[in-house]
Design a protein around this ligand. Structure first.
Ligand SMILES: Cc1cc2nc3c(=O)[nH]c(=O)nc-3n(C[C@H](O)[C@H](O)[C@H](O)COP(=O)(O)O)c2cc1C
Length: 365
């Protein structure tokens, strides 16, 4: 079994190690465009030694943003600011990808530091949110319009167009955001999808939209580059989406050209009782990996180098993603390498502060 610091090749892309930066909305964009905040934020984690950097949920349409301040890839002006991030991340040895997203009924909210509630038009918000069915996420949230078939087709196209733009920006992989109660997850779960057409009802119908998106993106995305999908493995609610369906869907997505399932959970049911704790979602990654026979990423309360190494060397996941711990410590991978006694280069500019014996990087400025 490999360890945390072994490289991993997915299609034509090789990651220097198995540590990734999990996607995290920064609510800091204007008109969907990245700026200096994003360059420094993502660039710091590349300098800090991560193998892959997943750029936050990036909306495929303006209406598909979680907040008015999300990144977007619905027009060409949004490409170059992202390309700047990709170039910097790659110069520092990491691989950059982007999470493509549509918020569906969870769109048009204020940033968490402004309370996270519905954004009014005065806040830059919008009222025409969409979903599989006209069911709000919770009381006080916008009531969405149920998508018609033309709307579904247009949304699938928007994902494919955004993937093409991601490629123009130089992204090395795309992750489809089908988790956390956003549009694709809303289609998957019988708790949010009550359609009676070919997109609702049976398992086969509920997964249809996600599979159409995956196939359209795969067709727009180079064969040599990997495609990921983030799924919420369970709604943590009776009668909702669950692990068995996640495994089934992973098998189908593999046929559709998805290379890795990023295993998260929850987000579709307000007030669901979630049993959290260190590594609480790792068993989902392990089960999908074993039963669907495909690469997985584990995420959620992974903070300790030994814990992360054991996830990989124990065959539970191929990649470990960190979110909040990488906000606390952008240099976590370099510190983990030190703790696990795995000689890893530091940036040349920082070598004088590195522990004795730290190798110099292959490329110096
Ligand atoms: C500030 C913040 C923003 C987040 N934004 C996203 C996002 O854009 N897409 C996503 O799939 N998950 C998002 N998440 C969830 C994280 O990617 C991750 O799955 C979750 O925080 C659990 O990992 P952790 O325990 O290492 O923080 C966000 C989390 C945080 C803390």
């Amino acid at each position: 079994m490999p360890n945390l610091f072994d490289s991993l090749t997915l299609r034509g892309v090789t990651l220097r190690n198995r540590i990734g930066m999990s996607p995290m909305c920064q609510y800091s964009a204007t008109s969907g465009q990245a700026n200096s905040w994003h360059v420094v934020h993502y660039g710091s984690r590349a300098i800090g030694g991560a193998g892959l950097v997943i750029v936050e949920a990036t909306a495929v349409t303006p209406q598909g943003r979680i907040s008015p301040h999300d990144l977007g890839l619905w027009n060409d002006t949004q490409v170059e600011p992202l390309a700047r991030i990709v170039r910097f991340v790659e110069e520092h040895g990491a691989v950059a990808g982007v999470q493509l997203a549509h918020a569906g009924r969870k769109g048009s909210t204020r940033p968490p530091w402004q309370g996270g509630l519905t954004a009014s038009p005065a806040d830059g918000g919008w009222e025409d949110v969409i979903a599989p069915s006209a069911l709000p996420f919770a009381e006080g949230h916008l009531v969405p319009q149920a998508l018609d078939e033309a709307g579904i087709r247009a949304t699938v196209r928007a994902f494919a167009d955004a993937a093409r733009r991601a490629r123009s920006a130089g992204m090395q992989f795309v992750e489809l955001h089908a988790a956390h109660g956003y549009l694709m997850h809303q289609f998957l779960s019988p708790l949010s999808n009550q359609r009676t057409d070919q997109y609702g009802g049976s398992f086969e119908n509920r997964v249809r939209f996600v599979r159409e998106v995956a196939r359209a993106v795969r067709a727009a995305w180079p064969d040599k580059l990997p495609l990921f999908a983030r799924l919420s493995a369970t709604d943590w609610t009776e009668g909702g989406w669950d692990v068995g369906q996640t495994v089934e869907l992973a098998r189908l997505l593999k046929d559709d050209g998805v290379d890795l399932i990023d295993c998260s959970s929850g987000g579709n049911v307000a007030g669901a009782r979630i049993l959290t704790g260190p590594g609480y979602q790792v068993p989902f990654a392990e089960e999908v990996r074993r039963r669907a026979g495909m690469a997985t990423a584990a995420v959620g309360q992974i903070t300790d180098p030994m814990q992360a190494d054991e996830i990989v060397s124990g065959g539970k996941a191929d990649v470990v993603l960190l979110a909040r711990e990488l906000l606390r410590d952008p240099y976590w991978p370099l510190h983990a390498a030190q703790q696990l006694q795995h000689p890893t280069p530091w940036p040349a500019q920082y070598l004088r502060a590195a522990p004795k014996g730290t190798p110099a990087p292959k490329v110096t400025p």
